[in-house]
Design a protein around this ligand. Structure first.
Ligand code: GLN
Length: 254
């Protein structure tokens, strides 16, 4: 086994709601099943993040108070290393609270949490209900039209700068802000999304996309009968019947 997919789990003890850690398990299994090495290193408060050690930095969702604890450490101790890692081609997958921290700031009333400023976006806690529910988006990640399904629960509304690219278009659910039908952000190997689920067990094609980008080669297919059923059931949970979708259009459907 010569290839190893190396993942940095950032603040795993705090940024892990809705079992977001399950995303790491999916990456691990899909590597193991193909005889690809998998290494995960936890990086938390005060730890030094070494940019050359990773192919992917992963950060899950968190409550506002946990985000506040992480935000200052992230900005003061990790920012330069994260920028350097991305510069080298390292990917980022950031979910919900983690996604919000990729932007410039997260404003909650009088408080303003600093963000990494890695992508051009801002998050604001506006008056109004939390944006909760099952969600399906269509995305053209990798030049193919595919679906991502998950569950969102966020009080913050995220607004992308005009030159940023959303991860996808909302078919069901709220997405970034409940208004413009955008969801998430993608820039190169950096992905931010509001979708929990966890995300990767419900959308294994995205797990493979992340591994492929890191290894720089296509992966051999796996027997994904169960995973495909989970994907389609998550789509159904959001109110879309996947059998009625045009499978010639969506590359992730059987
Ligand atoms: N699910 C989450 O990660 C929540 C993120 C953030 N605390 C919000 O409510 O907007």
């Amino acid at each position: 086994m010569s290839e190893t997919f190396r993942v940095c789990a950032l603040y795993p003890e705090l940024m892990n709601i809705y079992a977001d850690r399950g995303n790491l398990l999916v990456l691990e299994r899909r590597c193991q099943w193909r005889d690809i090495g998998f290494a995960v290193e936890r990086v938390s408060f005060d730890d030094r993040l070494q940019p050359e050690r990773f192919d992917l930095i992963y950060i899950g969702g968190g409550q506002d108070r946990d985000q506040a604890l992480c935000a200052r450490d992230l900005v003061t101790r990790k920012r330069d290393a994260i920028f350097a890692a991305v510069e080298r081609g390292c990917g980022i997958l950031a979910v919900c609270g983690g996604y919000q921290l990729l932007g410039r700031s997260y404003r909650l009333g009088d408080e303003q949490l600093p963000g990494l400023g890695l992508v051009g976006l801002e998050t604001v806690r506006e008056p109004g209900p939390r944006l909760i529910g099952n969600c399906v988006i269509e995305t053209e990640l990798g030049g193919r039209l595919r679906l991502l399904a998950g569950f969102e629960n966020h009080g913050g509304r995220t607004y992308l700068d005009p030159d940023e690219q959303p991860l996808g278009r909302v078919l069901r659910g709220h997405g970034n802000n409940g208004r413009d039908r955008t969801e998430g952000v993608v820039r190169g190997n950096v992905i931010g999304t509001y979708l929990h689920g966890p995300l990767l067990p419900k959308n294994v094609w995205l797990a493979d996309w992340l591994i492929e980008r890191a290894l720089g080669r296509p992966l051999e297919p796996l027997d994904d009968g169960l995973e495909q059923a989970a994907h389609e059931s998550a789509i159904r949970a959001a109110g879309i019947d996947p059998t009625l979708l045009d499978t010639a259009v969506y590359d992730d459907l059987a």
